[in-house]
Write a protein that binds this ligand. Sequence first.
Ligand SMILES: [Zn+2]
Length: 341
Amino acid sequence: MKFEAHHKETVVLDPKTRAARAIPSEIRKDPLTGRTSRICHFMKLKWEKPDFEKITAGTEKICPFCPDKVLIITPYFAEDLIPEGRLVSGDMVLFPNIAPYDSLGAVATFGSRHYIPMTEITPELIVKGFRLAFEFFKRVEKLKHPESVYHIINWNYMPASGSSLIHPHLQVFSTSSAPNLMRQELEAAKEYYNANGTNFWDDFVKSEESEKKRFLGRIGRTAWLSSYAPIGVAGDVLAVIDGVNSTLDLTEKDLSDIALGLTKAMKAYDKMGIYSFNMNFFTGAKGDDFTRFHLLFSPRTFFNQALGTPDVGALRNLFNETLCMAFPEDIKDMLAPDFKL
Ligand SMILES: [Zn+2]
């Protein structure tokens, strides 16, 4: 496995003494797609957590996902898709996304509790939310719907991640249109398979597991690691599931293992003062043997917390060039204590 990095150096002079100081940076290439990620702006990965009571106070009054409103405000699915209108599991509700970006989009709440601190999100809660999303996927698949190709769960947790609501929820959609990065990865994995006769992800995990520098461990058949070329400013946690190509091939055990790993990542990033994240499924279509199902957990924070400056600026937003403020190998060391099994 080729892990390419272009090392650079910037020399600046001290304003008083004119003494030279060299500042390193690194441009890494994602081993699958060649997407570049800059390791730079080195700083201690430490943020101040805000007063959550202040942030969340009163937001439940206008929250459409709170139990007094969710069954009154949220829409029903068309009868040919979900005859009962919505899917319900205990206090969790899955309903159509009122701001759809694809034809089969849903939102699933994590239950009646309006604000759940990141460290109080349990594996059981995540599994329950995933199961409800899978019920939606299975319905779509059973109907042989033309959009039943890629079954995706996205999670924006807390406003810094792009969530417009405090109330924890999942974005759930089935689509024939793979989103950009997922499509690029699928194309690159197919190319790799055709050129080498092996699965990129299998080779990648094998290499990372033996190299150990970024490998966090295994939970069941799920391998956890710190991404070599992260998207997030505080790195990314990547989970790859052995032998699984697409979302619907995941077993109940896989879902528990994924949920457990996610809570470990949350615990570790909480210690850095981070309290927001994105999580996306990256899936192949059924029978896409050249790929493996994987997911990315990407912590979200601020460039300037006092001003509320997001961690996405022009470089990322318009060039899709990412910055990570510490070496992924050091991030692995920071996450490792929480991944001890
Ligand atoms: Zn709420």
